[in-house]
Design a protein around this ligand. Structure first.
Ligand code: NZQ
Ligand code: ZN
Length: 385
């Protein structure tokens, strides 16, 4: 196991009816709030009205940044920063999925920074201070509700970069707020959560039984509850298990003492920077192909994955056959839940493969399980066509 420091200050408030805890957070953080949300799902679900009732009861002065895009844009972040500066607000409340939360993290840091907030995403500056940020999560996927990552797209330059920005001060996770997530977004969330575990599970670090066990339990929980939730989108227990799994898949726990990979995420970010496709959809296409490209680097790890997570019977098979059967099981599962399998599903052809390969490595070779060059990324993208 490698040396590590684990730090995660986000207060997690989980369960049915927990929105009322917002009242005490308003007492602690102040009444001048920037409310950030997306394209209107919170109005259709009734969550917006519940928030308004709380704001009114507490006598809050709330300004709004609405319309945050899926794959949030730098231009929207800058709008939020201007609102904060012009109105001297106390804190930010993000209500939505990963895009709304990531955009809010950028605003929270950018509002206290004299330079251009894009500096953080270009690794020209390191985030040190931020306004307090609370979240009410409405979509189980990214884990952004309990980590410091933020992914923003600079649409003018077609760059989508992640940066370590700020941890939410608190996050309210009521599984009922995810009941209205439609089937396709639910599937993308499932694929994103599994992908976060894959990025941390495929590692050469030795003697990590606890981390391996945590990862396998999360994957099995997601697979089982994915099948349940797709039968009934309002299955409370299935939504709760998926929500907790996605939060714990990317809150630092699985990375403790482990060398992690993250090449597939860099490749997906390059694809969605150019084509603006859903993150989870892109991952479902790319991950099985990444696995096929790299599995020979550590066949025993892929064999274990096949047997423990996917129930592949190793009897009468070589280790390599077992490993490959595990990768086929990943593809079959993504097909079963209706995730996309080829770039062609998003009408993406081979004309910009080199552009995407270039964008996947803005700071040099990617990944740790195998270091990938631009040529490797190009080959993986070709397998995805
Ligand atoms: O905008 P609204 O109207 O709210 O609709 C959203 C959006 O269209 C909808 N939605 C959310 N909650 C809903 C709902 N619809 C009905 N009922 C609800 N309860 O779902 C759509 C997608 O939302 P979005 O926030 O974009 O999805 P997700 O949570 O998957 O976030 C994706 C973004 O997060 C980044 C991705 O790259 C992408 O930009 N990531 C962030 C990470 C992080 N901060 O740690 C890690 C991830 O790997 C990922 O890269
Ligand atoms: Zn992801």
């Amino acid at each position: 196991m490698n040396p590590f420091t684990f730090y995660n200050p986000t207060e997690l408030i989980f369960g049915k009816g927990q929105l009322n805890k917002l009242e005490e957070k308003i007492d602690q953080l102040g009444k001048r709030i920037l409310l950030v949300y997306g394209g209107g799902s919170i109005k259709r679900s009734g969550l917006y009205d519940k928030l308004q009732a709380i704001f009114q009861k507490k006598g809050c002065n709330v300004l709004e940044l609405a319309g945050v895009e899926p794959n949030p844009r730098l231009s929207t972040v800058k709008k939020g920063i201007s609102i904060i500066r012009e109105n001297e607000l106390d804190w930010i409340l993000a209500v939505g999925g990963g895009s709304v939360i990531d955009c809010s993290k950028a605003i929270a840091v950018g509002a206290l920074y004299d330079g251009d907030v894009w500096d953080f995403y270009e690794r020209k500056a390191k985030a040190e201070k931020a306004l307090p940020l609370g979240t009410v999560l409405t979509l189980a996927a990214t884990g952004s509700e309990m980590n410091r990552g933020s992914v923003v797209t600079n649409w003018e330059t077609k760059q989508k970069h992640g940066a370590g920005m700020t941890f939410p001060t608190f996050s309210i996770l009521d599984p009922e707020n995810t009941f209205t997530v439609p089937k396709n977004q639910t599937v993308y969330g499932i694929s994103d959560t599994l992908s976060h575990v894959f990025e941390q599970y495929f590692s050469h670090t030795k003697e990590i039984p606890l981390q391996t066990g945590f990862a396998e339990t999360i994957m099995k929980t997601v697979i089982e509850n994915a099948r349940k939730v797709l039968q009934n989108l309002e299955d409370y227990d299935a939504r709760a298990n998926l929500m907790l799994s996605s939060t714990f898949a990317l809150n630092g726990l699985l990375a403790t003492g482990v060398e992690t990979d993250w090449a597939t995420h860099s490749i997906e970010h390059a694809v969605s920077a150019v084509y603006d496709i859903p993150h989870g959809g892109g991952l479902a296409i790319i991950f099985p192909n990444w696995m096929k490209y790299v599995y020979k680097e550590n066949v025993p790890r892929f064999k274990r994955f096949a047997v423990e997570v996917w129930g592949v019977d190793p009897e009468g098979k070589t280790d390599e056959e077992v490993a490959l059967a595990g990768i086929d099981a990943v593809r079959a599962f993504f097909n079963e839940i209706g995730a996309p399998s080829r770039l062609a599903d998003y009408n993406i052809g081979d004309d910009k493969l080199d552009v995407m390969a270039e964008k996947a490595l803005p700071f040099g070779p990617i990944g740790n399980f195998t270091k990938l060059t631009k040529e490797d990324v190009y080959e993986i993208l070709k397998m995805c066509l």
